[in-house]
Design a binder for this molecule. Structure first.
Ligand SMILES: Cc1ncc(COP(=O)(O)O)c(C=O)c1O
Length: 389
């Protein structure tokens, strides 16, 4: 098992064949388009192999041939807590897990539904947020983010949220960093948000699955540092590219965490599986050097795409990428109907994240996943030229 290692950035340039591996991104795009040469830069996983510390730990476990029912995992909980303390300056008690953040979003919303008349969300937002309200039997209150196209920035509209709270929509499903606009909310912005929530005793459920994927010059603040009543959802899945192992963590104050844990115990709802715990332990214990190298590589990809788009496609408005590996591209100046844009991209051999999956008013927007080899981004730019010509 590796302890302290230096990870070369060239590791991320190595080609990785993901086709024929049941990859939702690659094999899904082929199934959708019938093009074996399709380049999908859509779904939010990366085209890199997970760190070797994870693969080695899984290999050792697989070799035992033992996959029966398990006891608790105190050493994994300590590793999770240590990660949150050292990387995020946040004290948590680990132990409540779910098989992914989407299930945690839906189940926590349901847990707090009796206390709220409705659920508020800032839009555009990751599609599954829209499911939380119907799943909890509540109406949804949309708060569109304020967009400055020239600056490429998005801001929360707290006046609009205030209106929602006045109507009793006192559960906020929050995304931090925000998918798809790549915002890493500043401490000041979050402090303002928490102050407003306090005024209405509104509960914040903060999806922080992208918490480790922060571009230089930005700083992620875990919501629990500002609001002890918040519920925070995290996972090692985006960070270490292990989403298929299905594992995420839920953090809250001891009383809230107990309430959630007990509600799910009653339903026999429980997350994780033996391999996901092994991977999480290895990732959080030994994976930091790999992550630091990954972040440097992603930042280079970001700079490359930004520069190329600025010079070759001045009609595309770029949103500043502060966090996540997902760039939000605005093609509206081309004046093309959304379906036409999608068709041209597909016909040129590209699948991007469809803007309409993130909410109303996202016609002309596409989400680009830069968690891939630079060579793929170069191919993307080449094909984009064809699509827009
Ligand atoms: C904000 C956000 N939450 C949740 C998820 C998915 O979480 P999981 O695969 O753990 O259910 C994603 C995946 O893209 C995401 O971007």
């Amino acid at each position: 098992m590796e302890k302290k290692e230096t990870v070369s950035l060239t590791l991320f340039d190595e080609p990785v064949e993901r086709r024929h591996t049941h990859s939702a991104k690659w094999d899904g795009a082929y199934a959708q388009t019938g093009n074996p040469d399709i380049l999908p830069l859509s779904l939010a996983d990366m085209d890199f192999r997970s760190p070797s510390c994870v693969t080695e730990a899984l290999t050792q476990r697989v070799k035992t041939g033992l996959f029966g029912y398990e006891t608790e995992y105190p050493e994994v909980n300590r590793a999770v807590e240590n990660w949150m303390r050292t990387r995020h300056q946040t004290e948590v008690t680990a132990g409540v897990t779910t098989p992914g953040v989407v299930s945690a979003l839906l189940k926590t919303a349901a847990c707090f539904a009796p206390e709220a008349k409705g659920i508020a969300v800032f839009t555009p937002i990751y599609g599954h947020f829209y499911e939380t309200a119907p799943a909890a039997g509540l109406p949804l209150f949309e708060c569109p983010l304020l967009y400055d196209r020239d600056r490429g920035t998005w801001k929360m509209d707290l006046n609009r949220l205030d209106d929602g709270f006045k109507q009793g929509f006192t559960l906020l499903m929050f995304c931090s960093p925000h998918n798809p606009v790549g915002r890493v909310w500043t401490r000041e912005e979050l402090t303002g948000l928490v102050a407003l929530c306090r005024r209405y005793h509104a509960r914040i459920i903060s999806d922080e699955i992208h918490m480790d994927l922060i571009m230089p010059g930005n700083e992620h603040t875990c919501m629990l540092r500002l609001d002890p009543e918040a519920v925070v959802l995290t996972a090692p899945s985006k960070t270490f590219n292990i989403a298929g192992l299905r594992h995420s963590n839920v953090f809250a104050s001891p009383a809230t965490q107990r309430k959630i844990g007990e509600a799910w115990e009653e339903e026999r709802f429980r997350g994780g599986n033996v391999l996901s715990y092994v991977a999480e332990y290895a990732a959080y214990t030994y994976g930091a050097p790999w992550l630091d190298a990954l972040l440097a590589y992603l930042d280079r990809n970001r700079a490359y795409v930004e520069e190329e788009i600025r010079t070759r496609f001045p009609g595309i408005a770029l949103t500043k990428l502060e966090g996540t590996y997902l760039m939000w591209l605005d093609f509206t100046s081309y004046g093309m109907p959304h379906e036409e844009l999608k068709k041209r991209l597909t016909e040129s051999g590209l699948v991007l994240g469809d803007g309409l999956d993130y909410g109303k008013g996202c016609e002309g927007f596409m989400r680009l996943n830069i968690g891939t080899q630079k060579a793929n981004l170069s191919l993307f730019l080449e094909r984009l030229e064809k699509a827009l010509s």
